[in-house]
Design a protein. Structure first.
Length: 208
């Protein structure tokens, strides 16, 4: 099993589109794929989720979410405010290990230090415990060097070595070059917002 965690430098950076593009690339390469959103926040019962959007973009039912919470807040914040019970991080990892697919992709909630469970486990902790590759979805706009640098530095303190994908692509090639130079992370793809059909993902990374 190839294990991939998709996280972001911020909200609304294009994580869901990037997750769909990565999933589609593996599907086109003939690999079986399962996408999981362990905790989906900000949706009420019956409303479309990120998993629904991934399935729509890919055109196949590859994605599912395991828990839905109505408030548009971090999962642990919702639990603190409402008393909602969250799936423990260890239980999420155990369930991921039981999936039968060539490639399993997890889309996180928010950034790398957002708490997913009541013990403070983060998406970075999940990636480390699950021994996953990490894709950081970022922007090429003003402020991205700071946000991306902080995200990458934290992941490295957890023993993780991420790659980068531009999820909100404005064509700022200088910032793209600087992201690679300053973080030391390879840029493996760009995904124009809302269009996975024109995504450019490094086939050598997909193929490894």
């Amino acid at each position: 099993m190839r294990r991939i965690v998709v996280t972001g430098t911020d909200t609304e950076v294009g994580k869901t589109y990037a997750t769909a593009a990565v999933a589609q690339s593996f599907l086109l390469a003939g690999r079986s794929v399962q996408v999981v959103k362990p905790v989906q926040t900000g949706v009420s019962t019956g409303e479309p989720t990120d998993a629904d959007e991934i399935n729509r973009l890919v055109g196949h039912p590859v994605a599912e979410d395991w828990q839905q919470l109505p408030l548009p807040l971090a999962p642990e914040t919702i639990a603190h405010e409402t008393g909602a019970a969250l799936i423990p991080l260890a239980a999420i990892v155990d369930r991921l290990n039981g999936i039968d697919a060539d490639v399993v992709i997890v889309e996180g909630a928010g950034g790398v230090v957002v708490r997913l469970d009541e013990d403070g486990g983060t998406i970075a902790d999940l990636a480390a415990a699950w021994d996953a590759e990490v894709v950081v979805v970022t922007r090429d706009t003003l402020g991205t060097l700071n946000h991306t640098g902080l995200t990458v530095d934290h992941l490295r303190t957890c023993g993780l070595d991420p790659v980068l994908v531009i999820g909100v692509d404005t064509g700022n090639h200088l910032n793209r070059r600087e992201l690679v130079r300053l973080t030391g992370c390879p840029l493996v793809g760009t995904i124009p917002r809302g269009s996975i059909e024109t995504a450019e993902l490094d086939p050598t990374w997909i193929g490894t």
